[in-house]
Design a protein around this ligand. Structure first.
Ligand code: G3H
Length: 485
């Protein structure tokens, strides 16, 4: 990290409405504390329902003009956004580090990944075409009917993003929405809101027309349901916890929803796996950013014949895992808050009380939890089923591959899974049987590259993301039929 980059600590950040940065009339602000230092990062506005309503109305009006621009004109605004993000990359990365405790280099990577994602989104949208169909293909039809189908925006997209990728997962919603002619009401996670605001400051400097994107910050208890239920919202793209996702699905007004929620991604290690590869991928998959990724590997099913050998290799790999401050780019950093750390600790305690074997870890300093590996985890333990969102990995020994598949599928979640096997036929057969949006063969579970389809099934979400799929989810087909008489 560069010296002297702490420029903006303690600043009061405003919300963004109709092209203006405003303080809330509520006069209330929310303090954003650092997850790793006893330090105030800044404050954000706790806006009222009335202000949330105005933000939606502003977006509604602006969208009508925005969709009339050509896709290339809209793309040019987003290209300018990229230029501005390039210029403020270090500042935004520093904010991500300060606000959500992500290692500085990883925060820089997050901004770079975001820039690539926005660029890819513009290019993909420019190359998406409609189609035409002749009536004659259907029985009884004829060539005098021609349907022309192209995609049109949905209107106002409500983008709600999580703390763990406050920039990338926000832009993954905002860029496809904007390029396809939607306006956006952006509600960042409260812890992560300053990073989101800085990203939108760059979009403001790029000259985005007023109202096309508005940023709302505040207490979920005040504006959460109000935004979700608002008649002016035409689509919701949400990433966050499964509980909130289910509530959104109940409250939303028969509008399209795309949601990426929690996960309990398994790694299945079969007898013939390359164990060196598996150990490396599992440790990186389970412990990067302290396991605070929906796609983290959150349990390992291993054939009991090779379990000892795998655990030995995992333990060796874990020796390379660094622990400490995000400012020193450590892999294991303090969790986002005390409550999260308490929850992770409760899962470890429960497993140990029920006779799991501690291989390493179970040390804690505040909300810094050391990487913890537990063997002999069994189905009666909470850790076999619950998502820790922290650096703890349970090993579940199985006698057969079928047992691993069965336990994988018993989960309420279905985001991703990894299979480690050198027999590609066997890996494919297992992949077919696993209930998950994506299955990785011989690799860790992860979302990227960002143009791959990304899908949560069961309690892990609904709809598909990934650049093209996100554009499709924020548009609908419009069909015009020509009747030649
Ligand atoms: O936390 C949820 C993210 O979508 C995970 O993304 O696999 O790139 O870390 P990632």
């Amino acid at each position: 990290m560069k010296e002297g980059i702490y420029l903006n600590l303690n600043k009061n950040y405003r919300f963004y409405i109709d092209g203006m940065w405003e303080e809330s009339k509520s006069k209330e602000v929310i303090k954003i504390m650092s997850p790793y230092k006893d330090e105030l990062v800044g404050t954000v506005q706790a806006i009222s329902k009335d202000e949330a309503d105005k933000a939606i109305q502003s977006a509604k009006i602006a969208q009508k003009e925005w969709e009339k621009l050509s896709i290339r004109d809209r793309g040019n605004y987003l290209y300018h956004w990229i230029e501005e993000l390039e210029k403020s990359k270090e500042d935004i990365a520093t904010t991500i580090m300060q606000e959500v405790g992500k290692g500085f280099q990883d925060a820089v990577k997050e901004v770079e990944r975001t820039i690539d994602l926005i660029r890819f989104t513009i290019e993909e949208a420019i190359h998406l075409y409609g189609e035409s169909m002749l009536g004659e293909n259907f029985p009884g039809g004829n060539r005098s009917k021609i349907a022309i189908s192209h995609r049109v925006p949905l209107g106002v997209v409500l983008a709600i993003s999580p703390f763990n990728y406050p920039v990338n997962l926000s832009a993954a919603k905002i860029a496809p929405a904007l390029i396809s002619g939607n306006a956006v009401v952006f509600k960042p996670a409260t812890q992560g809101a300053i990073s989101g605001i800085k990203m939108i400051e760059a979009l403001d400097r790029a000259g985005l027309p007023k109202g096309v994107l508005n940023v709302v910050t505040g207490h979920g208890s005040v504006i959460g349901n109000y935004l979700i239920e608002h008649q002016g919202i035409d689509m919701i793209s949400f990433t966050g916890g499964s509980g909130t996702g289910k509530r959104i699905a109940k409250l939303a007004n028969m509008i399209p929803l795309v949601m990426e929620l929690g996960g309990k991604d398994p790694a299945i290690v079969v007898k013939d796996a390359n164990l060196d590869l598996a150990a490396k991928q599992i440790v990186s998959g389970a412990f990067s950013y302290s396991g605070q990724r929906c796609t983290a590997i959150k349990r390992v099913f291993v054939d009991e014949m090779i379990a000892d050998e795998l655990i030995e290799k995992l333990s060796e790999e874990l020796k390379n895992v660094t622990i400490g401050s995000p400012e020193e780019n450590k892999m294991i950093v303090p969790l986002i808050d005390q409550k999260s750390a308490d929850f992770v600790q409760s899962l470890i305690d429960d497993a140990l009380e029920k006779n799991a074997t501690l291989i390493t870890g179970n040390q804690r300093e505040g909300n810094l939890i050391y990487p913890t590996l537990l063997d002999h985890v069994t189905p009666n333990m909470r850790l076999a089923w619950e998502e820790p969102f922290g650096p703890v990995l349970p090993i579940i020994r199985v006698k057969t591959v079928d047992e691993a598949i069965e336990m994988s599928n018993q989960s309420e979640y279905g985001l991703q899974a990894s299979i480690f096997s050198q027999d590609i036929d066997q890996a494919f057969i297992i992949a077919e049987k696993i209930q998950a949006g994506s299955v990785q063969i011989n690799g860790r579970t992860e979302r990227g590259p960002d143009h791959f389809p990304f899908i949560g099934t069961k309690g892990s979400g609904m709809g598909t993301q990934g650049v093209r799929r996100s554009i499709e989810s924020m548009t609908r087909e419009k069909v015009t039929v020509i009747n030649i008489n």
